[in-house]
Design a protein around this ligand. Structure first.
Ligand SMILES: NC(=O)c1ccc[n+]([C@@H]2O[C@H](COP(=O)([O-])OP(=O)(O)OC[C@H]3O[C@@H](n4cnc5c(N)ncnc54)[C@H](O)[C@@H]3O)[C@@H](O)[C@H]2O)c1
Length: 425
């Protein structure tokens, strides 16, 4: 575990982009006061001295601030992309030149390159893996059993990654602790909901410049991301229809004031479709058949499997790029369907991902989750662990403090009351 890693190079688009990346990383940093405080403490305490770390995240300005904090804490960190389309090439360049963090990520890399970068990251023989979607951990477990002894643990960023980790645990192949960053309240309440809500619409607008007011927008899935997306779409004047498979979420959507329909009925009504389910083929061939001419479909769930693009491709006479990240499929039935960002997360493909202010809390959880793993090395059982409530609360406290907002504290009388059962009517 203490052996030094082989000297690592980098694979980025153009190191000449570094000055722009630096400007943008610093701009994002202004909105990340919680992570900044953690970084300053890490710089003093060096909790990651001697630790080899791999981060597989969207290579954005916010991730750069996380990587800088981990490095300040002494980590020997390597960064790769968690999606072929989400890398910001200027950020990748800056991390290599200004911070000497090896980055292997190029926007638009093909799947083969993406997978090669996962292998390069594993060549670093990590002790800690920060994963976003579980690709590095799944590859490690399937292909690098001999490296399992090096692993202290992993932290997982997103819902889809947690679903995969739970399946790994069920199958008895998760032999180390995994910290569930996604389920921290200071993560999914804000990142999945307000972050995805705003950035998904940002991506759609940047890709298409369509007016959303008066459009019928179908939001597929009413989980955390779906709620945020539906809320923001309504805020821009769209008529929002929600589709769900969970009866409770469906009631929630109805009581939040949205129309709920099955996809077969929503498909002919929508002008724009946004999938955020983490599930496969939620928009399929039979749905494309009945869509309006010119309907736009996009995805903001983790993987590019939510829209069945193979089925759409089979119905197309011609596929034409009409704008960056915007492809028109001319169908044999005479209509067209427009696909954004190749069905990959549109907020990262066509926009910049979540605003820094929400990533501040998500990445505070990542940074403290990694520290928790190191501090508790050898003490945590294999399996999935929540971020401790005190850590979650502390992140919220620091965030409020940075926002200049004060809240009340319980009086001694209130503490006594909520801890007793004797006083009733
Ligand atoms: N774009 C981003 O930046 C970003 C950010 C956070 C999470 N994510 C990803 O977004 C996806 C959703 O995350 P979440 O936190 O909202 O998850 P969630 O579990 O809270 O919500 C998913 C919802 O989709 C519903 N669903 C499943 N199959 C469906 C189907 N066939 N039709 C309609 N609804 C269906 C589920 O019932 C659930 O309510 C995941 O893949 C997650 O990793 C993306």
């Amino acid at each position: 575990m203490t052996a030094t890693s082989p000297r690592l190079k980098h694979e980025v688009k153009d190191l000449g982009l570094a000055p722009l990346g630096r400007q943008r990383i610093e701009w994002a940093g202004r909105e990340m006061p919680v992570l900044r405080q953690i970084r300053d403490r890490f710089a003093q305490e060096k909790p990651f001295a001697g630790i080899r770390l791999v981060a597989c995240c969207h290579v954005t300005t916010e991730t750069a601030n996380l990587a800088i904090a981990l490095k300040a804490g002494g980590a020997d960190a390597v960064l790769i992309a968690s999606n072929p389309l989400s890398t910001q090439d200027d950020v990748a360049a800056c991390l290599v030149t200004d911070y000497e963090i090896p980055v292997f990520a190029i926007k638009g890399e093909d799947n083969e390159t993406y997978n090669r970068h996962v292998q390069i990251a594993l060549d670093h023989r990590p002790n800690i893996i920060i994963d976003d979607g579980c690709d590095v951990v799944a590859t490690l477990v399937q292909e690098r059993q001999e490296q399992l002894a090096d692993i202290i643990g992993t932290t997982e960023e997103t819902t889809t990654g947690i679903v995969r980790l739970r399946a790994m645990f069920r199958d008895g192949v998760l032999s180390f602790p995994a910290v569930n960053v996604n389920d921290a309240d200071t993560k999914h309440f804000f990142d999945n909901r307000y972050g995805t809500g705003q950035s998904t619409l940002d991506g759609i607008i940047r890709a298409t410049n369509v007016l959303l007011a008066g459009k019928t927008i179908v939001v597929v899935g009413y989980g955390w991301c779906g709620k945020g997306t539906a809320l923001r779409a309504r805020g821009l004047g769209a008529n929002v229809i929600v589709t769900e498979i969970d009866p409770i979420k469906a009631i929630e959507a109805i009581m939040d004031g949205f129309r709920v329909l099955p996809m077969a009925e929503a498909a002919p009504l929508g002008d724009l479709f946004i999938t955020v389910t983490g599930n496969k083929h939620v928009i399929r061939g039979e749905h494309f058949d009945v869509m309006k001419d010119g309907a736009i479909v996009c995805n903001s769930g983790h993987f590019d499997i939510e829209i069945d693009l193979k089925a759409l491709g089979a119905k197309a006479k011609e596929v034409k790029t009409v704008r960056p990240f915007t492809e028109e499929y001319r169908l044999q039935n005479g209509k067209s369907v427009v696909v954004l960002g190749e069905g990959r997360l549109i907020n990262l493909a066509a926009a910049e991902g979540h605003p820094s202010a929400v990533m501040d809390m998500s990445f505070a959880n990542q940074a403290l989750g990694c520290e928790y793993l190191v501090k508790n090395q050898g003490k945590l059982e294999p399996g999935i662990h929540s971020i401790p409530t005190e850590v979650d609360q502390e992140i919220a406290r620091l965030k409020l403090q940075a926002m200049g907002i004060k809240i009340d504290t319980l009086t001694p009388e209130q503490i006594e009351y909520i801890n007793s059962w004797t006083s009733g009517t």
